[in-house]
Write a protein that binds this ligand. Structure first.
Ligand SMILES: *Cc1c(COP(=O)(O)O)cnc(C)c1O
Length: 219
């Protein structure tokens, strides 16, 4: 199976209404270009330094998504070219992104990362923090909240993963109805990775972040 085959297989399974983010972290530019040549244009990276070192080696029309935990002092390096930040996991970070975006007079599309896993290592907002941000949205003049993101527990227990995805899916719908009823820009439910994307899509995901299933060549 080639990278191109892997992408085609996943795309066939998820259908047209779900966006595939090719997570290229840890893979070199020579590997990433194979996905690009297969038509893939949206890529996800989780570390700023790594993203910066690779992006200039790759075509300019790639849409880069930042999917991993972001430190406030790194925002300024990515704000002018990243097309979506998936990993807003604190109010402080959102304020810092707003400030950097205002400096270059842009509006940064962001997803609010919600803590749904049963693991201490994962980042994300709890519901109290989420609603605090949403109730104070008018303070962010340079942010566009474009949806929510979450990562399920790393487990083989399908029922557990399913209940976490259903929780996030319901939360996404609730937030959309209450805070963004007429805003078409609030539209992304980013959930699902290599091991659980089928379940995620069945639970309503419309944006999956898949790395190893595309790029790691085992046969
Ligand atoms: C690495 C990563 C992924 C992709 O994981 P795979 O298991 O390789 O598909 C998705 N989302 C985030 C936030 C990641 O860091």
């Amino acid at each position: 199976m080639s990278i191109s085959d892997n992408i085609q297989n996943i795309k066939t399974q998820i259908g047209e209404n779900c966006t595939l983010i090719a997570v290229s972290k840890t893979y070199p530019a020579e590997t990433i270009i194979q996905a690009y040549n297969a038509g893939q244009r949206v890529f996800g990276e989780n570390r700023v330094q790594e993203l910066l070192s690779k992006k200039d080696l790759l075509p300019q029309d790639i849409q880069w998504h930042l999917i991993g935990h972001l430190q406030s002092n790194k925002i300024k390096y990515i704000i002018d070219f990243v097309s979506l930040i998936h990993s807003v996991d604190s109010e402080k970070l959102l304020q810092a992104i707003d400030k950097e975006a205002s400096k270059i007079s842009t509006i940064m599309p962001c997803l609010l990362q919600i803590y749904i896993a049963d693991e201490e290592t994962k980042f994300g907002l709890d519901e109290t923090e989420l609603y605090h941000i949403l109730d104070n949205l008018n303070q962010y003049k340079h942010i566009q909240i474009a949806g929510v993101m979450g990562m399920a527990t790393n487990t083989t227990d399908q029922e557990k993963i399913k209940s976490e995805f259903n929780f996030l899916s319901n939360l996404y719908n609730k937030v959309k109805t209450k805070y963004f009823p007429n805003e078409t820009a609030f539209k992304h439910l980013s959930m699902g990775m290599s091991s659980d994307y089928k379940l995620a899509v069945a639970c309503g995901s419309n944006m999956i972040r898949v790395g190893s299933l595309i790029f790691s060549m085992k046969d």
